[in-house]
Each structure stands twice: as C-alpha cells, then as structure tokens.
Design a protein around this ligand. Structure first.
Ligand code: NI
Length: 401
C-alpha cells in the first residue's frame, strides 16, 4: 500500500458517533476546515506565530472567551466563565508541528517545505477550538474552563515554559486534562489509565578522550574508537543487569562520532543517547551507571570520559481520581467497548510538566489504522474530530455541573 493509499484508508474510516450531541456533529465541517488549514500551515517550536493568531481569532469570534496571547511566546489561553461558581478546569492542546517533509500528497498537505503536522497536533488544536465554540455558545456549566493552547510540545518543553511564565498563577485550575491521538487504536475509541503512562526522557552526551596518532602505530596512541566501542557495549548492561526487571528502562545510544582520516587514530569520540523510564529511582540509577561505566571504562584503557546528563521531560503521571473523572466523562458519550485501558508507553510527553503541578489526566484518542505519528505519510483522521470535541464537552459537563 502506498503512503497515499494509507492516508486515504485512514480518512475513509467512519467510527460510530453514538451519544455525541447533534450540535457537535453540526460543527464537524467547520472544525475539519480548521484542521486542514492548520495542517497546510505547520509551524514548529515557539515559532507558531500564525497558528497562535488563528487560535486567538477563533476564540474571540466565539464570544465570551477572554483571550490571552504571548504566554511562552506563542502560547494562547482562553478563559470561559460558566453560569455560577464551580471548579476551574484546564483543557490543553499542543499546537506545534515537526521538522519533517510531508509525503501524503493530500490537497491540504503542508505548504511549508520541511515542516509538517506529523503528530496530529493540528487535530488536537481543532478539537479543542471546536469544544470551546460549543461551550461558549451554551455556557451550561458552573465554574470556569481554561483552554490552554501550548506551543513546542516536541522536544522543547513548551508546557514547562508556560508554567515558568505563570500559567497556573494567572489562570488557576483545580485539574488539568490532555489528550493525544493514537494510530493503531480503533478510530473513535479512547484509552485511560491512572499512574505513569508515558516515560520520562533524558539525554546524555559522552566525550571519550584518548590520544590521536598514526593508524599504523596504535601502541603510541590511546584509541578512543576502541574505548567508545567498549563504552557502548557496557551501557547495554544497565538495562539487562542493573535495572529491576519489573521496572521499564530504555538506554539507547543514538549517535557516535569521531575520526577524519582513514589512516589516523582520532584524539576523541563523542557518544550521545537517550534514557526513558517511569520512576525517579530508576532514572537516578541509570544516570549514575552511565557516568560510572563511561568513566571507568575509559580509564581502564588509559583514556578519560566526560559525561553530561540532561533531565528533559519527567514521566507523565496521571492522578487516579482525575483519571476516573476523565474515563467517566468518556463513558457518558462513548459506547463502553470504545473506552479502554491505556498501556504505558516509552514515548514522552511534556504535558508531564502540567501534571507535576496539578492533578489531572492524559488519555489517548484512537484514530484507526494508518501510518504512525512522526511518519511523513501520517495525517490526522478527521473522522474522530467529533469524538475529541465530545470528550472535552463531556468532561466539562460532568466536572462543572
Ligand atoms: Ni504529539
């Protein structure tokens, strides 16, 4: 099947929409147009200027939503007051695209070379805008809904920057919720789980220093390529020999660079990689082991190693009570068999920073079979736009009643 066929197959799926209000279904054409407009105009981390402008304009056009721009540069927050006092609920969508060249040939394919909405954040944004329009038109809830449109989810931690710029002080929420689309999960189904659902994400850089020299006289050099080979193999023993087998851990070396002339031993080599895990103790063990193995292995061979270890995203940990709220909201509008359990994944998600500050829950929305996210052939399945909107509305209906 070509990438085109795959994209088309995804589009052709028509999941059941039982329980979803007619008024939400009536918005689908408009929300689909928004989604495709966003898809055609992708912008990446902290450069989502036109995307943010589009979001702010839409929110203002709905009436009654207080709109705040420029939080973390391109973040947008909309505040909608309900009818009477009640809880304050944060609903978050990520808005950024990726540095990927699109290969779908769809009529709404990216018009920006090298950039693409390959993770479906265009769909997330459109669904939250659709829910905002629906809720603003009715205001049949108590309390307050805070719509959080967050930039730079991919790698750059836009959620952390929004929090550092006072997101939750300026717009206090009792609970915060996020969702992500998931290819491979039945279109229009949802998955929830309490506790850790996405892994934390760290990076490491190792500089192995030896002594350069002529390739013909290795006895006069200290070969950092041989040392680095031992280091890479040694790091494999962290997961297999040091980690508790009942606790997930990934240690991947993803870059190794060194050497110029084919007949010369270089003076140094760099190794880089990533660590994924769900618990702080596992993370601390991996960090210490990477440093120890790199340094002692280099020393054993007469060289030296410098290790820098960077904590990027914490694990995404769902609050059990908020997860029950979220699941119950889905059950109010979806068939019971379409509401399942989310299995923990070793990918990472910067919504984790929001869940460190506020109780909340992150869930998955199935988009059916098709290319995975971050694939050049991926496209968000518009058939599930009403499901995402209905979930957000149901969450507000159930928590702010
Ligand atoms: Ni994503």
């Amino acid at each position: 099947m070509s990438s085109n066929d795959l994209a088309q197959a995804t589009q052709d799926q028509t999941p059941a929409v039982t329980g979803i209000a007619e008024a939400i279904l009536a918005q689908v054409e408009e929300v689909t147009n928004w989604r495709r407009h966003l898809h055609a105009h992708p912008e990446t981390a902290f450069e989502e200027v036109n995307t943010a402008r589009f979001i702010a304009e839409k929110l203002r056009s709905f009436g009654g939503i207080e709109v705040h721009e420029g939080i973390a540069g391109t973040g947008v927050v909309g505040v909608l007051e309900g009818d009477g006092s009640g809880p304050s609920i944060g609903l978050r969508a990520d808005i950024d695209a990726l540095d990927i060249t699109e290969a779908t040939n769809l009529p709404w394919a990216s018009t920006i070379p090298g950039k693409m909405h390959a993770c479906g954040h265009d769909g997330h944004t459109a669904m939250l805008l659709g829910a905002a329009k629906y809720l603003a038109a009715r205001r049949r809830f108590k309390g307050r809904v805070v719509f959080i449109f967050q930039p730079a989810e991919e790698n750059e931690g836009g959620a952390r920057v929004m929090i550092e710029e006072g997101l939750f002080e300026r717009f206090p929420v009792d609970k915060v919720f996020g969702l992500h689309n998931r290819p491979g999960l039945a279109a229009g189904s949802m998955a929830f789980a309490p506790g850790p659902v996405m892994a934390g994400y760290d990076l490491f850089h190792i500089r192995v220093m030896g002594k350069g020299g002529h390739a013909a006289k290795p006895n006069l050099a200290i070969d950092p390529i041989v040392i680095s080979s031992h280091v890479v193999l040694g790091l494999q023993s962290i997961v297999s020999r040091l980690a508790d087998p009942a606790k997930a851990l990934v240690v991947s070396c993803t870059q190794i660079n060194g050497g110029e002339a084919i007949n010369a031993i270089p003076g140094s080599v760099t190794i880089a990689g990533t660590v994924r895990c769900f618990e702080p103790e596992v993370q601390a063990m991996a960090e210490a082991a990477i440093k120890r193995i790199a340094q002692t292995t280099a020393e054993a061979h007469g060289g030296e190693a410098q290790v820098t270890y960077e904590h990027r995203y914490p694990p995404t940990v769902n609050d059990p009570a908020a997860t029950t709220d979220a699941r119950n909201a889905a059950l109010a509008v979806f068939d019971a068999q379409a509401v399942g359990v989310m299995l923990p994944g070793t990918g990472s998600e910067d919504f984790a920073f929001m869940l460190e500050k506020k109780p909340g829950s992150y869930c998955l929305l199935g988009v059916g079979d098709g290319p995975s996210v971050h694939n050049p052939a991926y496209d968000f399945n518009d058939a599930v736009l009403p499901h995402g909107m209905a979930y957000w509305v149901a969450l507000v209906d159930s928590l702010c009643s």
